[in-house]
Ligand binder design. Structure first.
Ligand code: ADP
Length: 598
């Protein structure tokens, strides 16, 4: 059965929000750029200097031609040459400083964005993670933020410098001859519509490209996680071909984006060519007739020629911005996706004397239209062990998910120590649980970091006690670096049983009053199981323990066994009571006694 349907509450992005270039840039500015406004102001001043230098350069051609070349004033060549040399030096320095400052601002803002995004994603509901595979989320945090960062740097730098250059150059052109300037730009309005259409095209293609990049990461993530199964099932060629087809789609989209981007400057070339042609026809006549000097024409012509590069770059920047906008839109859609499982606005504090009895009161939960719980009524008594058994799909994991508010029920309510869990803050609620699951979550850090993630100030005696009780001390002491040995990627340096024991030590240190064991020993061989089981018994001592069990032998001594069937309690009682009842449990027990390995 597929597990992709949403429960009654879904995590959804707000469809009302518009992601236009303007709103995206405004949000980028407010969230990440505004607090760099002083360095950005310095960058802007440097850009004005940089851009203005071109205009002064063009203006210098007028005295050069009219005074030196035509007028024969040899002395003027020194100061004119000196000014031109100075202009290049100033321009170079301004460029160096502004580029370095922009690189630093863009790096800082994009890393801020990555951290914010991870924090936000971690606050989203488990349903969100059902719909968004890890690879695609990794691509958003790494790919999209970097895309935004590199692109906006180019865009701001380009737009800033080139805009001021253009401004200065047009100013010189207008003071030289406003009519010539008008003639030169007469064809520019022809650019407006095609440029707008091209921008939309680039945005569309880039969006597609980023989605495919997400699929590429997802595929790689799945391949490397499933490497054993892939090798054993000889799926290498198939996986490579699947990967190839994703890459091919990326290349196609990439080429289309690049073509779209290159078309804008090309159109600018055409329009500029037309402008030059028109000015030559009009201006040439005026110089021949003596109305204008050669120096004036050279200044004008140089100013217009110098506008050519910034204009092309600005045209290209419009396309480049669309690439950033496509990534920004993906990022902001994610930021606008709000968790639906949240703390109440005025949470009730958990009373310390209330105990930790867990009670399900007529709890119903539907995933789409698939009912997972259909009116569950049961109690797990404080300080006792309650086991949930039942066939696959009976609703055992859903019981844990509802209790920890990974998902909220469609109706009914759950109480912990007599308080409705929806009245507690999520932090308070989740602090009540420690969990040990079949697949212990270990990180590529040292064993010490894995045992006490984020827990500082654990005194050594306390730590040693936990390690002993969890039977971790046995194997850790024989490792050359002891607790400081690396666990390997996802704990690969350890056996399944050792990983479980690390997870149990972690749970012991966490010291939460309610223990959730989710088929903790079902993947272990009999010998490891005995060691882990002993560690679990130490852990569950004095705690309210809820167990999901696959092997009934492990829960034989539980205080209460609840048999679930199609999201309801079918039977409950002790092992002996249930055997005497000769119902579902007795049937399951008989089945497993015949084949104890399952
Ligand atoms: P168990 O742990 O007993 O095997 P579960 O609690 O995982 O059963 O599932 C109970 C029912 O809910 C099953 O029919 C399962 O397919 C469905 N279910 C569980 N999680 C989801 C989900 N995220 N989306 C859709 N259906 C789900």
């Amino acid at each position: 059965m597929t597990k992709t349907a949403s429960p009654n509450t879904t995590t959804a992005s707000n469809p009302e929000i518009e992601y236009t270039s303007r709103t995206l840039f405004a949000r980028l500015w407010t969230d990440y750029l505004r607090h760099h406004k002083f360095p950005l102001a310095v960058v802007a001043i440097l850009m004005i200097i940089n851009g203005g230098s071109l205009a002064v350069l063009a203006k210098m051609l007028e005295p050069m031609f009219d005074n030196v070349f035509v007028g024969g004033d040899a002395g003027a060549i020194w100061w004119i040459g000196g000014v031109i040399l100075g202009l290049f030096v100033v321009r170079g320095i301004a460029e160096l400083i502004s580029k370095t400052m922009l690189a630093s601002i863009s790096m800082r803002s994009s890393t801020d964005m990555q951290v914010d995004l991870l924090r936000h994603i971690l606050s989203l509901d488990s349903q969100f993670f059902h719909k968004n595979p890890p690879g695609s989320l990794m691509e958003r945090i790494q790919g999209d933020t970097v895309q935004v960062q590199s692109v906006w740097r180019v865009v701001i730098q380009g737009i800033g410098r080139d805009f001021f250059s253009l401004f200065g150059l047009f100013f010189v052109a207008i003071i030289t001859d406003p009519v010539w300037t008008l003639v030169a730009v007469i064809a520019v309005p022809l650019l407006i519509l095609p440029t707008a259409a091209l921008q939309r095209y680039i945005r569309r293609k880039t969006k597609h490209l980023r989605e495919e990049a997400g699929k590429r990461s997802t595929r790689l993530d799945e391949i490397f996680h499933g490497i054993h199964a892939i090798k054993l099932n000889q799926m290498e060629t198939y996986q490579v071909s699947q990967f190839r087809s994703i890459i091919d789609r990326i290349v196609k989209a990439e080429v289309k984006t690049a073509a779209g981007q290159a078309t804008i400057p090309t159109m600018i070339d055409f329009i500029t060519g037309l402008g030059f042609f028109a000015v030559l026809i009009v201006g040439g006549q005026e110089i021949i007739s003596g109305e204008k000097s050669v120096g004036q024409f050279m200044t004008f012509f140089t100013a217009m020629s110098l506008t050519f590069q910034p204009l092309r770059r600005l045209g290209a920047a419009a396309g480049t911005w669309q690439i950033a906008a496509a990534s920004l839109e993906r990022l902001y859609r994610l930021f606008d996706t709000k968790p639906t499982i949240t703390s109440p606005s005025a949470p009730t504090a958990l009373r310390s004397d209330a105990g930790t009895e867990v009670k399900f009161n007529d709890v119903k939960l539907d995933y789409g239209n698939i009912p997972a719980l259909r009116g569950l009524n049961c109690v797990a008594e404080a300080g006792k062990t309650t086991a949930f058994v039942g066939t696959s799909g009976a609703g055992k994991s859903t019981v844990f998910n509802v209790l920890t508010r990974m998902t909220d029920p469609t109706s009914g309510h759950v109480t912990l120590g007599g308080t409705d869990i929806s009245q507690l803050s999520l932090d308070d609620l989740r602090a009540q649980f420690s969990s040990v699951a079949q697949d212990a979550l270990l990180f590529d850090e040292t064993l010490r970091e894995n045992v006490m993630p984020g827990i500082a100030n654990v005194d050594n005696a306390h730590l040693q006690k936990a390690l002993e009780a969890a039977n971790v001390a046995d194997f850790v002491n024989s490792l050359p670096d002891g607790l400081d040995s690396p666990a390997g990627p996802r704990g690969a340096n350890l056996s399944g049983g050792q990983r479980q024991r690390i997870a149990i030590a972690r749970a012991l240190l966490r010291d939460a009053p309610v223990l959730l064991l989710d088929e903790a020993t079902s993947a272990l061989d009999t010998k490891s199981e005995a060691v882990v089981q002993a560690a679990i018994e130490a852990l569950s001592e004095g705690r309210t323990t809820l167990v999901i069990a696959h092997r009934l032998s492990t829960i034989r001594n539980a205080d209460k066994i609840i048999v679930l069937d199609q999201g309801r309690v079918a039977e409950e009682g002790s092992h002996d009571d249930l055997l005497a009842k000769d119902g579902i449990y007795a049937g399951l027990w008989a089945l497993q006694s015949k084949s104890p390995a399952t």
